[in-house]
Write a protein that binds this ligand. Sequence first.
Ligand code: SF4
Length: 332
Amino acid sequence: MIDWTLVNPRDYYQKYIYDDMLYLFSSKGCPFNCSFCGNSGYHRCTHRRRSTELTLDEIENLAKNHGLKAVYFTDELWCAKKSDAYEFCEKVKERNLKFYWGCDSRADQYTKEDLQMLYDSGCRWLLFGGESGSELMLKKINKGVEAVGVEEAVKNCKEIGIAAIVTLVVGLPGETEEEVRETIALGMRLPTKFVLVFHYFPTPGSPLERELIEKGLHKPPMRIKEIGNAVAMETLEYNFSNIPSRELKVIRCFFLWSAFWQKGSFDPKEEGHFAFAKETIADFINVITKRGIKYFFSGIFTAAKEFLYIFWNVAAYPGIRKKYGLYVRNKR
Ligand code: SF4
């Protein structure tokens, strides 16, 4: 177990999603092999778990002694085996532990009954990598989950009361306008408030990165800083798709803008206007005030820059938004 006596755990708590929430790992790696993901290069498609007892001991200790209320399992894939998820839920019940939690999952992993079991043990949010609305692209990237499966999972979550967060990717290698349109259509019709769109980036060690290198289309970054620059929202340094970079940026910013200003938040009981925006700002202030004066000013500057960047891309390119039908997402 991590020796939490060396630091004050509260310094690491977040307000994002739920108050007094901590990011924790219960496992490493993932047995799947999506071709855009660094998992196969980094973890060799293996999945290693801490014992459920150990994970729960740690949570119990933090809850009893340090006021922990929620946990985000930042595992690549939480409980790759269903039997592990069942064991986790049973043990939470046995110990009568009361905390909210969420994790990154796969849309094909749980039935509606399974999701109910997760909810009963405190699960309140799940993140699904939807990636693309195009079945052809989903096959190309070896996702192994169909777009319709993502819709089904999100619908089930909504009925049960779990907030579903779906991530989509635009600008995948060779992606056509038609495929991007299919991804946008999926993002628009999903019954969740949280659809986040990312630009494709060749993750070091991923099969897709190797393919691009072999084709002579990509040079792997040699420094961490280069990766940072490449994934920064404004730069979009790599674009291997058939879509102009500006269009990809407008698509991404539109979905970010919509998620930020929506009604309600992760907590299904929270239905206030701009609740998510208020929580995000509160969390941001919480983080920057803890990190000292230098970080405070650079944090404010970076956030303001990104906010203006997103606003600019949404407001200044009505032609692109019209082309892709990027108007207000339906209220969920
Ligand atoms: S994208 Fe998710 S499911 Fe696919 S290999 Fe990576 S961690 Fe596993």
